[in-house]
Design a protein around this ligand. Structure first.
Ligand code: CA
Length: 163
């Protein structure tokens, strides 16, 4: 192979890469301009009243045992988990589509539960006693949940009542 042929081969190689880069530069702004998963229903959860650690879950989705879902995570470990710490939630979608949400006091979708309709914002679950024994509230109680795009078949009573 002569030097000329080698240079020509390299030029062809780089022209090929240039075309690839050009194609990426053309496609990327289109991809970035489309909000990711904009069409997905989303439920949102907070450690405190719309503050502290935040958890988003798109539909269809669920967490069967929040003690296995890490919170305050670093590279190799999580200092905490999401069990019995959720204090506020929203089914408005937070810029995405609204969702329906089932919350359960125990893991694996067991124990007392509530089906929360879409478009709801519950700022402080400590003030919600719905479908719980006297003296109990939903603050720091959720141990599992399911998120749905539309109203699911559910054994749970619905909030707000009559929804
Ligand atoms: Ca619990």
């Amino acid at each position: 192979m002569t030097t000329g042929t080698g240079l020509s081969w390299m030029c062809r190689r780089w022209r090929g890469r240039g075309a690839l880069v050009l194609a990426l530069l053309t496609v990327m702004p289109i991809a970035l301009a489309s909000p990711a998963h904009a069409g997905w229903s989303r439920a949102q959860f907070w450690e405190h009243s719309f503050s502290g650690d935040k958890l988003d879950k798109d539909a269809p989705g669920s967490e069967a045992d929040l003690s296995h879902l890490g919170r305050d995570c670093y590279v190799f470990w999580c200092e905490n988990n999401w069990d019995n710490v959720i204090s506020s939630l929203s089914t408005t979608g937070g810029g995405q589509l609204p969702a329906w949400l089932e919350i359960f006091e125990d893991p694996n979708f067991t124990g007392h539960c509530v089906l929360i309709a879409s478009y709801q914002t519950l700022a402080d679950l400590h003030t919600y006693t719905f479908n719980l024994p006297a003296g109990q509230n939903w603050g720091d109680r959720i141990s599992s949940f399911r998120v749905s795009e539309s109203r699911p078949a559910s054994r749970c009573l619905v909030w707000p009542p009559g929804s």
